[in-house]
Design a protein around this ligand. Structure first.
Ligand SMILES: [Zn+2]
Length: 210
């Protein structure tokens, strides 16, 4: 493990964990703390949701974020807004040109439609998200449109979406500065039917400093 990955983060390290391939993960992130997500081996999509820790009816809103910045991609400087229009977190650093927030999360249902009935029992991001939110007393209705860190969803001139080979590489990361107290939820995407994980889901690393 490359310890230099934490060298340029503000504050002291409060959490430094490996999220295994295909696994869910969630933590509380206090205002002013930074979460760094490291794509350890490269080309690993990290599906991501967040909720206001004080009132989970307030949660990430892809629509509000896209409308406010008048751009569909998440980059350094993007302010991630809630469904109430409040800043939840800010992307303070990433070497990738952009991350996705329109591709959605994979589910058993979408897998069977896209890739065939034989995929029905494959693990999916919606299962991971559900496992976490059920622990917090929430349910399927609380799974809103998510962020896909490290995932490449280009938009063609005619509006068509693609899910193609990732732009990420081993050791690249994204830093999020919390603008409010948050519950952050990750599904380390188990998808094996398209290139979003290079057809080989791998671990990622989560570091919290503050
Ligand atoms: Zn997925």
């Amino acid at each position: 493990m490359n310890t230099s990955t934490v060298d340029n983060l503000p504050g002291r390290v409060l959490c430094d964990e490996i999220i295994p391939a295909r696994a869910p993960w969630d933590r509380r992130l206090s205002r002013g703390q930074t979460l760094r997500i490291v794509d350890v081996e490269g080309n690993q999509a990290v599906d991501f949701l967040m909720y206001n820790a004080a009132d989970d009816a307030e949660r990430y809103s892809a629509q509000d974020t896209i409308a406010a910045q008048r751009n569909i991609f998440l980059r350094t400087g993007t302010v991630l807004l809630s469904n109430e229009g409040n800043p939840m977190a800010r992307v303070t650093g990433t070497a990738l040109p952009y991350h996705d927030t329109i591709g959605g999360a994979c589910s058993c249902e979408s897998n069977t439609v896209r890739y065939g009935h034989h995929t029905k029992l494959q693990h999916a991001c919606v299962d991971n998200f559900l496992e976490v939110v059920l622990r917090h007393g929430r349910g399927k209705r609380d799974l809103v449109s998510n962020i896909n860190w490290f995932m490449n969803v280009p938009v063609e001139p005619d509006g068509t979406l693609g899910i193609v080979d990732g732009l990420s590489a081993p050791g690249l990361y994204v830093d999020l500065l919390a603008e409010m107290d948050l519950i952050v939820v990750i599904s380390n995407c188990p998808q094996i039917n398209n290139p979003c994980n290079g057809f080989n889901p791998t671990p990622v690393r989560a570091i919290i400093t503050g």
